[in-house]
Design a protein around this ligand. Structure first.
Ligand SMILES: Nc1nc2c([nH]c(=O)n2[C@@H]2O[C@H](COP(=O)(O)OP(=O)(O)OP(=O)(O)O)[C@@H](O)[C@H]2O)c(=O)[nH]1
Length: 133
């Protein structure tokens, strides 16, 4: 199953993370906002939809930069997921955790200290290695 996620940066060294609502899979963990790609969508369209639903933010698909991906091992669950991570810079417009949980802006070192699902740990480590190049 294909999941898309967004590493949104504020241009001042901080990145947006979302804490999942307790009742969801990986509840209480911090993740890059996003969700599952639905049939008839390409990944960028799915990300624009998910970010609008979750954060109330309208993304310009042309400004999404594919960054990296991470995948679960076979057998981890019935349909192992692959997460495609994109980066984008924030245009300063309003944001809110519209589907529950909470959001926050973090420096790279603070992101790496959050409790995250396994794939996010790998994605964040790679993202910040790349961001500091
Ligand atoms: N959105 C998102 N999901 C992630 C990340 N890392 C990770 O393991 N996942 C997992 O990917 C799956 C898809 O996530 P989701 O629940 O956000 O997707 P959704 O909103 O489309 O689904 P839903 O409507 O069934 O809740 C979940 O099992 C979630 O735990 C991440 O960084 N972002």
């Amino acid at each position: 199953m294909c999941v898309v996620a967004l590493a949104l940066h504020d241009g001042k060294g901080r990145w947006l993370m979302h804490r999942r609502p307790e009742e969801k899979h990986h509840g209480g963990l911090w993740e890059f906002p996003g969700g599952k790609v639905e049939s008839r969508e390409n990944p960028a369209q799915a990300l624009v939809r998910e970010i609008s639903e979750e954060l109330g933010l309208t993304l310009d698909p042309r400004k999404l930069e594919p960054c990296r991906f991470a995948q679960e091992e076979p057998g981890e669950r019935e349909s192992p997921i692959v997460i495609l991570l994109y980066t984008c810079s924030w245009d300063g417009s309003a944001l809110a955790a519209l589907e529950g949980g909470e959001i926050g802006w973090f420096t790279p070192s603070a992101v790496l200290e959050l409790d995250m699902p396994p794939l996010d740990i790998a994605l964040a480590a790679g993202l910040f290695e790349k961001a500091s190049d």
